[in-house]
Design a protein around this ligand. Structure first.
Ligand code: SAM
Length: 214
């Protein structure tokens, strides 16, 4: 189980509220109009469990033509993603401090072109299967908000969670477009590392990636 070191940050809520242009307070109000509101005609890419925002900010700089939305439920964590976003000064990053289980109230059908699941909590105990972000009830939500050719990009260091996710997606009827058991060995320069990815690869753990479409 991943354990994020959590510090109590009583000032986080106030800080998040100070930047309504970046931290979207009422994502329901943007349902169906994310691109039109901020970046007309841009594809919308969503990262679920954005953590401290390193991946989101790196991707936003690399792909200035894409609108990136990071969803993170922990206030004490997303506040670091806000700091990074402000430092990055990229206008194509929006943050949402909510549970991704409510994804369909934030995005309309076919509004999202890509979903990134980076180092999602693996929930290794069988009785917690329903909490895994690749459990079929989450896949149902992803299917509804993704465009017809939309993709899920999943990265993890956890082989058990990786295998489970590939199986769950296949069982759901998704097409696996690519399965890479060692992203760093095969990297052609397009990989943007997350915080967890840096930490685990420094310890010598292999990073895996799967790309799938409905
Ligand atoms: N993606 C980051 C990385 O790779 O460094 C953080 C990985 S961390 C293990 C998983 C993050 O997902 C945590 O910050 C957690 O709060 C967030 N998370 C887990 N389930 C979530 C959900 N249902 N909705 C929003 N965030 C979630």
């Amino acid at each position: 189980m991943y354990r994020m070191r959590l510090r109590n940050k009583p000032w986080a809520k106030e800080k998040l509220e100070q930047y309504p242009q970046v931290v979207i307070q009422r994502p329901e109000g943007l349902k169906g109009s994310w691109a039109a509101s901020f970046f007309p005609d841009a594809p919308v890419h969503v990262e679920i469990g954005t953590g401290k925002g390193q991946f989101l900010c790196g991707m936003a700089q690399k792909h200035p033509d894409v609108l990136f939305v990071g969803i993170e439920r922990m206030q004490s964590v997303i506040v670091s993603a806000l700091d990074k976003t402000l430092e990055t000064d990229a206008g194509n990053i929006k943050l949402v401090n909510r549970n991704a289980a409510d994804l369909e109230s934030f995005f309309d059908e076919s509004e999202v072109e890509r979903i990134y699941l980076n180092f999602s909590d693996p929930w290794p105990k069988n009785r917690h299967e329903k909490r895994r972000l690749t459990y079929r009830t989450f896949l149902e939500k992803f299917e509804r908000v993704l465009t017809a050719k939309g993709e899920i990009h999943l990265k993890t260091d956890n082989a058990g969670f990786f295998e489970y996710s590939l199986q769950s997606m296949e069982q759901y009827g998704m097409n696996l477009l690519s399965v890479d058991w060692d992203v760093h060995e095969n990297d052609v320069g397009d990989n943007v590392m997350t915080e967890y990815e840096e930490k685990f690869s420094r310890r010598g753990q292999k990073i895996m990636r799967g790309i799938a479409r409905f």
